[in-house]
Design a protein around this ligand. Structure first.
Ligand code: ADP
Ligand code: ZN
Length: 809
């Protein structure tokens, strides 16, 4: 008998595996998916280890193999174990990261007929058993559900068991099918002849009526085939009501058309050959190439300002790795996973690039996963979770914009950081890792300085002109503006520059790190601030929808006429968000075309690209947006970037607030002057002397880093320690606090008795004290070996543990 250690898909399983005996007839491999009995259920599991001995005395047998081919490679098995141990997550949660999309499904039981044994006596069967046997034999194989329909749910299970025991039937298990139907999109077409449509359009036009309908009719009359609504929206008419009006008149019809979307359309992509590298790029590439030649795991930090040609280095490093018969994974922040980015990779490696995109349907993701595992792609590109793609012969992992916070999964278990996972995975596969950034994470840079990573630098932009400098940055002190009596959102410097740029037919980006209109709504009579009833955050007014919105739970309510507390009519809208900024910009720059880009404006599927391509085609002069506008855009006509307020990120009670501010400002500033026209940046702030703002205004990473690392050292914050954030949540605040204090005492005792150097901070109410109706208290651990320490402690239900949290808010 051989045995398997199986990670079982059950919440009870937690961080351990379970021993199962392997029946002689099953060939079982590490990484394989199997059905195992667990309690009185049959559950999915993944085999993580084979051994000649079971870990416990009594074992049950593996019931069946789900798929003969292993789903996890040996390296992925190790990685899953590491993730579970380090991030203290249930083992199956870690395993699930590496399974094909849609894998977690229920088992369907099937019953098949066997050949009737010679000594079979039909009269020994009850009438119900005979009926069931007849049913199975007639069809050869039926689902248990089908038997249940005939015999009733309770009886069917027992009767099938009796048949199986007598050797008259066998059971088998299959996954229920993926619930991912084909994708359909709405199309518009004429319901009448084109000539009739033209006549009708002419009639309406003569009467000077419904001009939008006229235009839409004329447009459709020119088409030979039904047109996707998305295309209609782009070309003639954005208003669905106009189309519906024509439908009611019987002139036009909607159709739902099935479309199969290839993640990449190569139609419009022309292959792009490698560029001749600058000398800085060349020496960076040489260092990477020799690491690839050695075939040992190594990590590089490629530190280069925006536009310094990092992507070209990634591309040529990938070509090198492919030349060596290996493959690569490229990670970009979700928001940067645009057609523009994909195209750069796809045009260098035509038909050899896979995209893993959360916007693909489950079925599409599943197909892509299978094809990757079959080795069809040299390069896999995707956001965070693409690090777990089943890319065989992994030789290179690129993480672009490695400082991005979205690389940490912090909303569900496992709370992993992609960078740390990638470095682990590389260690297990001998791959090379390139971390790329203009403003590296302070911890990453610290490791590069210490020599844990190799530091490669691209200090200058590659531009068509001779070594053009970074854009000039001006910091405007808003206190001075107030003194001078200017109460508008725009300082004198900013409003003059915007007007000038628009007059020159150049483009402007206005950045504000907060969406919505008024960011808090207060009663002038009693001072009451309207907050979300379930979360402890002020509501934000969104003028476009005329609604109050909670930015935590997205709860929406109409704005009240009177104060809910004092019932007087004194509600005032204070603070600013992007929607308010849009209004104000409309008053201040009436000649300019405005476009807003934030998550409210981009609920739909293509609207990111739509907004961006409208701006690129210069259909608007000013782009107003949240941090989305800061990421990776290359817009040559933008000569001015205005940061309307630099202070929002700065005022968060978190040790990374300075870093966050520096990164945001640097990224936003990097948007200006990408073309030949040059560019400038204006930063408005109430804290012009802050080191993060000062350093960002001089594009001076080194001075920011030196100051920041000093603070980190003094306060013993990462990288001079590690943190763990423990949060307890409960509907009763006082209970929550007591519970947190109890756990603190328990931890303190344990730390003491083990003689560890771990600090306990708190418990304190979390920054968002109340979330979705539950109160939250947090406890911070600071020191080393936190996972190891915490793994020996059983926390009561209701606690979440976040190892290496992003922030403490
Ligand atoms: P980054 O990734 O650092 O922001 P990119 O790789 O996007 O920089 O390069 C910025 C621009 O310079 C791009 O338009 C790119 O095509 C161009 N570029 C990069 N390397 C070279 C080179 N060696 N010669 C000419 N142009 C280059
Ligand atoms: Zn809320």
């Amino acid at each position: 008998m051989r045995y398997a250690e199986v990670s079982v898909n059950s919440p009870i399983a937690q961080r351990r595996t379970f021993s199962y005996a392997i029946p002689a007839e099953l060939g079982i491999d590490v990484g394989q998916a199997v059905w195992v009995p667990f309690g009185n259920k049959l559950l999915q599991g993944i085999v993580l280890e084979l051994s000649p001995y079971p870990a416990v005395e009594e074992t049950r047998e593996i019931a069946a193999v789900i798929e003969p081919r292993p789903l996890l490679s040996p390296a992925h098995v190790l990685l899953a174990r590491w993730i579970s141990e380090y991030y203290l997550s249930p083992l199956f949660d870690a395993v699930a990261l590496m399974l094909p999309p849609g894998f977690e499904r229920k088992a369907l039981t099937f019953v098949s007929a066997t050949s009737i044994p010679g000594d079979f006596d039909p009269s020994a069967l009850t009438p119900e058993q005979s009926r069931a046997l007849e049913l199975v034999r007639r069809r050869g194989k039926v689902s248990l559900r089908h038997v249940e329909k005939t015999l009733g749910r309770k009886k069917a299970q027992a009767i099938v068991s009796q048949l199986v025991k007598r050797g008259l039937a066998t059971r088998s298990y299959e996954l229920e099918s993926v619930k991912a139907g084909p994708r359909v999109e709405p199309f518009l077409s004429l319901a009448v002849e084109a000539s009739e449509a033209r006549q009708e359009a002419a009639r309406l036009r003569e009467r000077g009526r419904a001009i939008k309908q006229v235009r839409l009719l004329e447009y459709l009359a020119q088409q030979t085939e039904p047109v996707p609504w998305a295309e209609v929206r782009q070309n003639v008419n954005r208003d669905k009501a106009v189309a519906d009006a024509l439908v009611r008149k019987g002139l036009v019809t909607w159709r739902q058309v099935k479309v199969r979307r290839e993640p990449i359309s190569y139609q419009d992509i022309t292959p792009s050959p490698p560029l001749t590298l600058t000398s800085a790029q060349r020496s960076a590439l040489e260092a990477i190439k020799s690491a690839l030649a050695e075939g040992k795991a190594q990590t590089f930090l490629l530190h280069g300002v925006t536009g310094s040609g990092k992507t070209e280095v990634y591309l040529q490093a990938l070509a090198e790795v492919i030349g060596r018969g290996k493959r690569g994974i490229v990670l970009v922040p979700e928001i940067a996973l645009t057609p523009q980015t994909i195209e750069r990779f796809a045009s260098r490696f035509p038909y050899r690039v896979a995209v893993l995109h959360s916007k693909l349907s489950l079925g599409e993701q599943f197909d892509e996963w299978q094809r990757i595992r079959d080795g069809e792609f040299d390069v896999v590109i995707g956001a965070r979770s693409a690090i777990f793609a089943p890319q065989p012969e992994l030789g290179l992992i690129v993480i672009d914009e490695e400082q991005e916070w979205t690389y940490k999964q912090d909303d569900k278990s496992p709370r992993y950081h992609t960078r740390d996972v990638a470095i682990r995975l590389a260690g297990m596969t001998g791959a090379v890792v390139i971390l790329g950034s203009a403003t590296p994470d302070v911890e990453t840079f610290y490791h590069a300085q210490r020599g844990d990573y190799h530091l490669l630098q691209l200090p200058e932009r590659v531009t068509p002109r001779d070594g053009s400098a970074m854009p000039q940055v001006e910091v405007v002190d808003l206190r001075e503006e107030l003194k001078a009596g200017n109460r508008s959102l725009f300082s004198r410097a900013l409003s003059q520059s915007v007007a000038q740029a628009v007059a020159n037919r150049e483009q402007v980006i206005l950045f504000l790190n907060r969406r919505g209109g008024a960011t808090f709504i207060q009663c002038r009579s009693c001072g009451f601030v309207l907050g979300c009833k379930r979360c402890d955050v002020p509501l934000t007014y969104h003028p476009a929808e005329d609604m109050l919105v909670c930015h935590r739970c997205n709860h929406r309510t109409p704005a009240p006429q009177a104060c809910p507390r004092c019932l007087r009519r004194g509600i005032k809208f204070l603070g600013i968000g992007t929607q308010k900024l849009e209004q104000e910009a409309g008053y201040s720059f009436p000649q300019a075309g405005l476009l807003r880009w934030d998550s409210d404006a981009t609920r739909g599927k293509h609207s990111h690209d739509e907004i961006l391509s409208r701006f690129r085609r210069h259909q608007a002069d000013i782009l107003i947006g949240t941090q989305m506008v800061a990421k990776g855009l290359d817009l040559p006509l933008v000569t001015l970037v205005g940061v309307v307020s630099a202070d929002i990120a700065l005022n968060l009670p978190d040790f990374r607030a300075g870093e966050r501010t520096f990164q945001l400002l640097s990224q936003v500033a990097g948007r200006a002057g990408r073309g030949t026209l040059g560019g400038r940046v204006i930063i408005q702030t109430y804290a012009p002397e802050h080191y993060a703002i000062q350093a960002a205004s001089r594009h001076d990473y080194a001075s920011f880093y030196n100051q920041e690392i000093d603070y980190r050292r003094q306060l013993r914050n990462p990288p001079f320690s590690r943190l763990a954030c423990l949060v307890y949540s409960h509907t009763n605040d006082a209970w929550c606090q007591r519970q947190a204090e109890r756990v603190k005492r328990q931890l303190a005792q344990e730390i003491d008795s083990q003689g560890l150097d771990i600090e306990l901070i708190g418990p304190a109410p979390a920054f968002i004290h109340r979330l979705r109706g539950r109160f939250r208290w947090q406890l911070i651990l600071r020191g080393w070996g936190l996972s190891e320490f915490l793994s020996g402690i059983t926390l009561p239900q209701g606690w979440t543990v976040d190892i290496d949290p992003l922030g403490l808010v």
